[in-house]
Design a protein. Sequence first.
Length: 84
Amino acid sequence: NDRYDCSAADINPIGSADKALVREALRWCADELGAPVLLEVAEATPLSETEPEEEDATDEADMGMSYAMLSRLSSLRKAGRLGP
């Protein structure tokens, strides 16, 4: 049974978290749990899932901005109520 798409789930613990928060949590877990593989995941470049594998097929290249900038804009829109 395919509910919505391949990424949908009944439980989605990081669904509303931005990439900065997820990366921060992964770094903390890597240190606290002694699991260095989590640090590798935190430092990995987010890749585009909709394009063939190419050197520049990253999420940031597709968006035309970094995740840091996207997080800041999101914060301004939500917390600062600046935007639609």
